[in-house]
Write a protein that binds this ligand. Structure first.
Ligand code: AMP
Length: 227
């Protein structure tokens, strides 16, 4: 049987990607958006852009993000409604980081209609695994290359093998900060994931292992749904 090439799909493809921080969601989301030729809409990226622009809203968002909290459902609905009304979203989209609560999930369905979502994908990586991945992560403060303690010499030496810059742990990669975000994921976002399960829209993919194999599993689940 020949594999379906997504590029030949004429109708819009509308996807959601869930996953704990450190599950590899962002990387897989970029790959899927390319494959299905839809915009990759990351609410985290949109909020960080607002912070960079220095608008009043950006300042408020920064305080919330720095505290590891969630921006309000009402504000997020406004942001996502505007974004989905842009011309490039007419041929589909991939949402990364939204919805993040059960209320946002219901708001999204109210916005796009009951048939307006093709599939929600849950990239499942256990808490213990992401905690280990993130707390051993070190990053070069000059060139941004990431290293892992126990795997890369630069992580333990503190000197970047590429540029000689200082290799450090990011403030939000400490165990306390990561635990806080994982707790919010469990209490706020998992109910949204389960809600999509109840709607028959959810596929869970094992997110531990080779990124290429995970990308293939995700694409197979989507192609099966699109028929
Ligand atoms: P992310 O890059 O997806 O981890 O998002 C970074 C931060 O932006 C989160 O920790 C939240 O503070 C905020 N954020 C992103 N998406 C949402 C959302 N859908 N609802 C509420 N807050 C969000």
């Amino acid at each position: 049987m020949e594999a379906t090439t997504a590029a030949t799909e004429a109708r819009p493809v509308r996807l959601l990607v869930f996953g704990r921080q450190g599950a590899g969601k962002g990387t897989q989301a970029v790959r899927l958006a390319e494959r299905y030729e839809v915009p990759h809409i990351s609410t985290g990226d949109m909020l960080r852009a607002a912070v960079k622009d220095g608008t009043e809203f950006g300042l408020q968002a920064k305080a919330i993000m720095d505290a590891g909290q969630l921006v309000s459902d009402e504000v997020m609905l406004g942001i996502i409604s505007e974004r989905l009304a842009e011309p490039d979203a007419a041929r589909g989209w991939l949402l990364d980081g939204f919805p993040r609560t059960e209320q946002q999930a219901k708001d999204l369905v109210a916005l796009v209609g009951a048939d307006g979502i093709d599939l929600a994908l849950d990239l499942d990586v256990p808490e213990s695994v992401v905690l280990e991945r993130i707390t051993t992560r070190r990053v070069c403060s000059e060139c941004g290359t990431t290293y892992s303690l126990g795997r890369d010499e630069s992580a333990s030496s503190g000197t970047c093998a590429k540029c000689g810059g200082g290799v450090v742990q990011r403030d939000d990669d400490t165990e306390a900060a990561v635990r806080k975000r994982l707790d919010i994921y469990a209490s706020q976002t998992l109910p949204a994931v389960r809600w999509f399960g109840e709607q028959g829209l959810l596929v869970t993919i094992d997110g531990v292992g080779d990124p290429d194999a995970i990308a293939t599993a995700l694409a197979e689940a989507i192609d099966a749904r699109l028929g």
